[in-house]
Ligand binder design. Structure first.
Ligand SMILES: Nc1ncnc2c1ncn2[C@@H]1O[C@H](COP(=O)(O)OP(=O)(O)OP(=O)(O)O)[C@@H](O)[C@H]1O
Ligand SMILES: [Mg+2]
Length: 404
């Protein structure tokens, strides 16, 4: 039996309302690729994703654009229901998925009756309305801020973030800046083979308001076109960098870049919370070990309790082997979260690239490998070209990457 209280959208409802809701809502399972809501058609229910993942796709003239994805626990339909419009987008599921339908009359009744629920609906509405109601092509957005994080070290945050940033700059020709905010022990200078004379600490010497030109002067250029803000040269200088300074750097860079990629360290402090606030996406990098699964689960629960929207948090499974001793689908179930990206373990490609200070996406030895394909898919999902394959049931992705 599904516990309705476990969906954050419904978590504020009193038990008696949840009981009533159980009587009027319905559940349905679908096969991969099914369209459940079709743009311009009437919408009768609010949906909540129980399992699986769906893409929300909107048509602009001849073009179709994926606006965002829905993960387990996410709701859709609040903008249409509150505005009284037909569906503003089409929803298509990846792999098998399972939905809960709440009739719109029940939603409107609960909004009138329960202030906590009304607030949830209003928050969701204000996040999505501008995107869904946009009539022309979506406006040129400011930089997407993509942060790689976990509370446990060695997951591959630095390796993945440097390769993603390099790939977007070199092959997608995007304007990309990488911020190494592992301030005491950052590895990006080594991973990218960069000199360390310019760095964030020098910004403390600036007097007056922080100007874009001052930040740009401290960025180190990589041969791929990527620019990098390096951490202070000595660990003891890290403390001097405040969350406020980082916030101002991100805000100043945002209007001038396509992507701001952020590498972090393994603690959840005021600094990381501020970085999350500025981020469009938080990529939780984990490996297939019980300790990572436990910590990632605790972290996901904490982030969701802190009201960080689920569609902002993605799980990246790194260093996956063909045989991992643990079934990926079980991991997703215990996380109650889809694994959005899957990076295979390729020590013979990654380790030499780390030691030479050349991202493997630039090296000939990675041509045609599974890890390069996985990185390409990750980048394509960030640029919005590829509909992201969240897996929940991830065997089809294993098949795609390994051909098994
Ligand atoms: N997909 C992969 N295949 C093989 N080895 C990998 C892979 N990803 C990472 N590694 C190895 O794991 C090591 C740790 O990765 P990385 O430094 O990126 O982790 P991190 O999460 O940034 O760690 P820290 O929290 O200590 O900064 C790398 O030096 C590399 O050798
Ligand atoms: Mg690191």
């Amino acid at each position: 039996m599904i516990d309705l209280k476990s969906f954050s959208f419904l978590s504020t409802l009193p038990t008696r309302e949840l009981e009533k809701l159980k009587r009027v809502c319905r559940f349905q399972k679908y096969t991969s690729g099914t369209r459940v809501i079709i743009e311009k058609e009437a919408i009768e229910d609010l949906i909540i994703v129980v399992e699986g993942q769906l893409a929300v796709i909107k048509t602009y003239g001849e073009r179709k654009t994926t606006l965002f994805n829905l993960d387990p626990g996410d709701a859709y339909g609040e903008v249409e229901i509150l505005n009284g419009t037909p569906a503003l987008a089409t929803l298509i599921g990846y792999q098998e998925f399972h939905l809960m339908f709440i009739p719109k009359e029940a939603v409107l009744r609960l909004i009138g009756l329960c202030p906590g629920f009304a607030k949830e609906a209003r928050d969701l509405y204000s996040r999505r309305a501008s995107q869904l109601l946009e009539e022309g092509e979506p406006r040129t957005m400011e930089a997407r801020v993509v942060t790689f994080f976990n509370v446990k070290g060695g997951a591959g945050k630095s390796v993945i973030s440097s390769n993603v940033a390099t790939m977007l700059a070199r092959f997608w020709k995007k304007k990309v800046v990488l911020l190494d905010l592992n301030l005491a022990f950052g590895d990006q200078a080594i991973l990218l083979g960069l000199p360390t004379d310019k760095h964030i600490h020098k910004l403390l010497e600036e007097t007056g308001p922080l100007k874009l030109s001052s930040i740009e002067r401290q960025l180190t250029q990589h041969s791929s076109g990527l620019k990098v803000l390096l951490p202070p040269p000595l660990p003891e200088l890290a403390e001097a960098i405040s969350p406020d300074l980082v916030d101002r750097i991100i805000e100043a860079l945002k209007p001038h870049y396509d992507f701001i990629i952020i590498d972090t360290h393994n603690q959840l402090t005021e600094m990381e919370l501020r970085i999350f606030d500025c981020s469009s996406l938080i990529m939780l990098v984990m490996t297939m070990e019980l300790t990572f699964i436990k910590n990632t689960k605790l972290l996901l629960d904490l982030l969701i309790r802190s009201k960080i929207p689920r569609d902002k948090i993605k799980v990246v499974l790194n260093r996956a082997f063909k045989s991992m001793g643990l079934e990926p689908a079980k991991v997703e179930k215990s996380l109650r979260y889809a694994i959005s990206h899957f990076i295979p373990s390729e020590g013979n490609i990654v380790v030499p690239s780390v030691n030479q200070g050349i991202p493997f996406v630039l090296s000939k030895s990675s041509d045609g490998t599974a890890i390069l394909l996985a990185m390409r898919k990750l980048c394509a999902s960030l640029t919005g070209e590829e509909i992201e394959k969240g897996t929940w049931n991830m065997f089809s992705l294993l098949k795609e990457v390994f051909g098994i």
